[in-house]
Every structure is written in C-alpha cells, then in structure tokens.
Design a protein around this ligand. Structure first.
Ligand code: NAD
Length: 450
C-alpha cells in the first residue's frame, strides 16, 4: 500500500541507488529513480535487473507498480521532496574521490526550499559543508550507505545502524530522513554532517585494516607453522576483537574499500596530516594479491607456458561486480610471468570479458580445469565447494590447487589427489607427509630450526 507514503527521489541507479529505490518501494513508498544511462533506464523500465544481487529481482518485480525509472530530472523534482543522491565517486589518478558526478547533480537541484539533498554517495568529510556554502537554499542531509554487495537488500532492510548527519537549520529534513528508516528497526545515529561523512570513511578504513592485519598474521603463520584459521578463531572470540573480517585471503577489492581507504588517506594528507597506518594497509593489500604467484612458482618453478585456471573472478561471491577485483591483478601478474590463464565465474563472465584481455573464459569450472597445471580459488562461490574434485583432478595436467580464500576442505582435496595450499597455514599435503615434523615446526620459529 503506498497511500499516504512520501514519494522518494533517487539519483543514480547503480548498486546503491537501485537497491535504495527498490527497498523504499518495498516499504511502500512510490519512488522515482533517475539515471543518465538511457539503456540502463530502459532495461529497468522493462523489468530487467541490471545488477546481480540476491533477492533484488523478486523485490523489484513485487514493487514494479511503485517504481518509475527515468533519464529526466523534471518528473523526479516534481514528485519527490527527499532526493537520495547515489552517484558514483570513483578515485581520481591522485587517489582523491572524484566528485564531478556529485557536482553535476547538485547543479541540477533547485534552491526552492522544497527539496532536500540526501547524500548517500561516499564523499570526503567537508563535502556537505562545501555544498551548503555554495547552495544555501538547498537543505542537506548526509546519510552514508553501509550495504555490502552480495547481501545488499538484506543489509538495507536490516541495518546495524543508520547514520544521519544534519547541521543547524536542517534538523527538520534530518527528522524526515530518520522517519523513513524507523520501520527497519536498526539503531539511528543522529550527528552533524562532517561526523557522518567521517563515520563512513573510518568504518571502511577500519575493516580494510582488519583484513590487511589478518593477512600479515597469515603470512607470519606460514613462517612459524601456525594455522591462521585457528589463530583467527581464538582471537575472534574476544568480544573486543570480534570474528568478522578476520579471514585471510588474497586481499580486499571491490568498488569501496580500495577507493575509500585511498580517499581517507588523501583527505588527511590534504589537511597536512600523514595517515601512516593506511599506507601500510594499502601496501599489504597489494602484496597479498601477488603472494599466490609466489606460491605457484614455489610449486611449479617457471610459470612460462603453464596453464593456470582461476576459479571465481568477481571481487566477492554473490555479485557480478568486477571493480578492483583481485582476479584482475592476479591474471595480469600470471600473464606477466608467461602463464596461460583460463577462468570461470558463475555470474561475472559478462562483466569480466572486456577487463581480462588474453584470458580464456570457460563456461564451467571443469572446462577451466581441463589440462591445467594449477588452479587458484579466487572467489569463494558455494558452487566450488560442491564441485566433484575427484573428477576435477582427473582433468588437470597437474592437480595443484592454491586456495586463495581458505574456502575448500583441504582433506577432501587431498584425498581427491590434489596438492593443496591455502593462505596462512601449513600446506595440507606437507601435514600429511609428516605429522611429527609439524609438531616440531609449530613450536620452533623458522630462524631457530636446524
Ligand atoms: N557499491 C557498494 O557496495 C557501495 C556501498 C556503500 C556506499 N557506496 C557508495 O555509493 C556511491 C554509488 O556507488 P555504486 O556502487 O552504486 O556506483 P555505481 O557506479 O554502481 O552507480 C552509480 C550510478 O550513477 C549514475 N550516474 C552518474 N551520474 C549521474 C547523474 N548525473 N544523474 C543520474 N545518474 C548518474 C551512473 O550511471 C550509475 O548508474 C559511491 O559513492 C560508493 O562509494 C557503494
């Protein structure tokens, strides 16, 4: 039922905008969503979903009657007072956030006292203040988005918290935005605009730091014979630490962490503050993507002419987003070493096609593994856990698997005939070959070993 519910305007129908539009429609609001890409608007108007997000297809279909997609600003401004800006803010060459799309949108919004700009795009702290200075007649509320791709609908509908920043004079618009989110039941954090902007950047930078931290711990575990899975389990039970984001792997990617960490570093730098910790977080992440290549070379020697299959390409499971995916760096590094790279992903093949020059894309995991000298698990899609690994081993030239996410069952792979190596734990085939030496290695740092 949409009677009496306020119409919402959304600008930018990408991951955040489309999910925002769909979820507000689910809550009963009529929604007008505007994007400048005509094909996207046409596809959405025909009822086709333009991104892969669990539950989104069904939700959009259920609420089609409340959703209008358009390339025009006129209808949106006519029908909606609260306008959620969800345009992209990619990194510039310098690492700062590129605000050109945000500026273009702000320039189109009238200072008529009838509209509220609600900023959902991730912007550097200070952006809201600058917009308020330039456009004093436009009410401004910061409402950063915290959804995770792969569970975006679920995250929007069940938020841990909703952050709403409004400065003096914009308390009423802040209340109106808070009222929209109240039915969802998450904590609502009311604050000023600059603090809201910082909460978003600091949250992503902290999560990225946690990932780089556990990746470094994993690398030390390999040296001293510890198992990072056990270490993370023992650490994560401490409530001050928590278990989330303590999974080692081949580095973080995606459209948010790399650019937001860099944007926070640059934001600090532009004020004259040197954010040292973030330099290390970024460097560890870059190096982590390359460690897989070292692991392969350790097993295979020269990679020239070796056929390496990448299992998974998207930056995480349940999405077809390839922005800053670790697979892109890994494929390029392997090609640089002279390897022949083949790949398979359950949903990101179309998105990957133009980005992976020279990589042979296969239409099933077994086809990718055919004749391969090694496989790398890049994205932890459930399909890979369910694969017939015995059949896979039979198809490969050498059954070697580097598990870049510590996702697969090592024992199962070894009994299927694989050499298996994960991240931050002793390779399982080494464990099998000598249980007693493991005990010795585990208690003796490498530098003290005979
Ligand atoms: N993707 C995420 O997981 C996520 C999570 C939280 C926050 N964010 C932030 O949200 C913002 C949007 O991210 P995204 O991933 O949805 O980006 P996206 O690239 O998927 O979508 C942006 C959309 O805006 C459209 N657009 C650009 N200029 C426009 C204009 N002038 N008018 C109308 N539409 C316009 C683009 O065509 C595109 O469809 C970014 O600032 C991002 O950092 C993203």
């Amino acid at each position: 039922m949409s009677e009496g519910k306020e119409t919402i305007g959304v600008i930018g129908a990408g991951w955040v905008g489309l999910v925002t539009a769909s979820c507000f429609a689910e809550l009963g609001h009529p929604v007008v969503a505007r994007d400048i890409v005509a094909e996207k608007v046409e596809a959405l108007s025909r009822g086709e979903t333009t991104i892969h997000e669990p539950g989104l297809d069904e939700q959009l279909a259920r609420n089609a009657g409340r959703l209008t997609f358009t390339t025009e600003m006129g209808e949106l401004l006519e029908r909606a007072r609260l306008i959620f800006v969800c345009v992209d803010t990619p990194p510039t060459r310098s690492g700062d956030a590129d605000l050109s799309r945000v500026r273009a949108v702000v320039g189109e919004l009238p200072e008529d006292g009838n509209h509220v700009l609600v900023m959902k795009s991730t912007v550097p702290a200070g952006t809201g203040e600058a917009i308020r200075r330039d456009r004093p007649g436009l009410a401004y509320v910061s409402c950063p988005e915290f959804l995770k791709e792969g569970s975006a609908v679920e995250d929007f509908m069940h938020p841990d918290r909703v952050v709403i920043g409004a400065d003096a004079g914009d308390e009423g618009p802040g209340d109106a935005v808070a009222a929209l989110y109240e039915p969802l039941g998450g904590a609502i954090v009311r604050t000023d605009v600059a603090s809201a902007e910082m909460i978003k950047l600091a949250s992503n930078a902290f999560l990225a730091t946690k990932i780089s931290f556990v990746n470094e711990i994993a690398n030390v575990c390999e040296e001293v014979g510890a198992d990072v899975g056990e270490v993370a389990r023992g650490m994560g039970l401490d409530q001050r630490i928590g278990s989330a984001f303590l999974r080692p792997g081949i580095g973080y990617g995606g459209s948010c962490f790399p650019k937001d960490v860099s944007a926070l570093k640059m934001l600090a730098g532009n004020t004259g503050y040197h954010f040292q910790l973030l330099n290390a977080v970024i460097e560890v992440n870059e190096l982590q993507k390359r460690r897989v290549v070292q692991k392969l070379a350790g097993r295979l020697g020269s990679l020239v002419g070796k056929r390496v299959a990448l299992l998974g390409l998207a930056f995480k499971p349940q999405t077809d987003d390839m922005r800053e995916a670790s697979s892109l760096v890994l494929a390029a590094r392997l090609q640089g070493e002279g390897a022949e790279v083949v790949a398979y992903d359950p949903v990101a093949m179309d998105a990957a096609r133009d980005l992976l020059e020279g990589v042979e894309l296969c239409d099933s995991p077994l086809a990718a593994l055919e004749g391969a000298d090694a496989a790398v698990l890049v994205t932890e899609w459930p399909e890979f856990a369910a694969l017939d690994w015995r059949a896979a081993a039979g198809r490969m030239a050498q059954p070697l698997l580097i598990d870049g996410r510590n996702f697969l069952d090592a024992e199962e792979l070894i009994s299927a005939g694989f050499q298996y190596e994960g991240i931050g734990r002793q390779s399982a085939d080494d464990r099998h070959s000598s249980a007693s030496s493991v005990a010795r290695v585990q208690s003796t740092p490498r530098s003290l070993r005979p």
